[in-house]
Design a protein around this ligand. Sequence first.
Ligand code: FMN
Length: 390
Amino acid sequence: MSFWSSLPRPIIGLSPMDGVTDASFRSIIARQGKPDVTFTEFTHVHDVCRGPEILLETLIYSEIERPMVAQFYGKDPDLFYQAAHAACELGFDGLDINMGCPAKNVASSGSGAALIKTPHLAHAIIQATRRGIEDWAGGQTLEQAGFKPARIAAFQRLNEQRRGRSLSVRRPLPISVKTRLGYDSVMVEGWVEHLLREQPTVISLHGRTLQQMYRGAADWSAIARAAALAKATGTLLLGNGDVQSLDEVVVRVRETGVDGVLVGRAVLGAPWFFRSKEQARRLAFKPNGSGMESCADEAISLDQRFAVLLDHARQFQGLYGQGQFHRMRKHLGWYCKAFPHAAALRARLFRVSSVDELETVIADYRTDRIVDSVQTESVDDASTLTSRCS
Ligand SMILES: Cc1cc2nc3c(=O)[nH]c(=O)nc-3n(C[C@H](O)[C@H](O)[C@H](O)COP(=O)(O)O)c2cc1C
């Protein structure tokens, strides 16, 4: 039995977002209102096995995030076989295979959502991943799986840094797949049937095709058809796409029969998003509709917002160092919306390079030294983000 079967229903999870849901943001989310399940940003299987050690950064996580699923992408079954050993050795609770990323640099090489076009390869990847997990669970060592000593030492450092639970029992990890509705047209039935033949524990389905990227609206009626196909197969079906609130989670679950929902962009600048998930769960299965009831949280005060932002920034700097602080700036912008002079504050925040500078800017704002006349606030939409998988 995997952790998935013991999760409450509907499952309400955090969708992986490369360049966004790093270990610092995820640990803030875990403390502000924990999702039922969390994924790493996607990592290329080659980078897991042989890439520069710095690229293993995406595999950092902390114990409070559990259940924690590693997400890998690529197109080489042999590398998936090997990388599966790494996911197990690093103490993850599950392994997710990305078959949904539409970004050119990923899909043009045949990985991510391009696998929808090559189902035979998708099958081979899932099978190789399963073999890797089974061989590891059967006692195969990382050396035997072909890892070099330096890579094994890097994994040990990651485990020591986390000071996680020890791997006294070698338990096989559940495999899940995150994908889209099709390549250039919706072909959800054919594609999901392919995936179901491999009996993954979970399929997470973003309601768009590769060609759509982020255009148009997520097609939840197609997700509902996939949920119907998966019913009674033993594979759970999670829907994903454009969900803005826990109230919308309730509506989607009731309308489509999915086993759960993953939420991505709505969590940007709102790590407290999942706080009322128990209320959402109650409403999702309440007979006779959810009526007028809502899971809306009490409003987050500006002081609370700044406290979380600072906490997040400290966490980020502690993990990745001040030299990387520029990567934190987009988050600072997302926290600053819909309050007085937020645009002027954002403009200052986009230039900060350390927690110290950030504290000074926030203090200036609190003492009215940052003011502008902008009335209407807007903030970058995540679809404008640059990412390897956007
Ligand atoms: C910046 C960005 C990075 C993303 N990176 C990943 C990723 O690493 N792995 C993945 O499976 N999906 C990735 N996605 C897709 C999201 O997980 C999710 O499927 C998509 O954003 C739709 O859900 P939403 O409307 O709730 O955001 C990314 C999306 C964005 C915006």
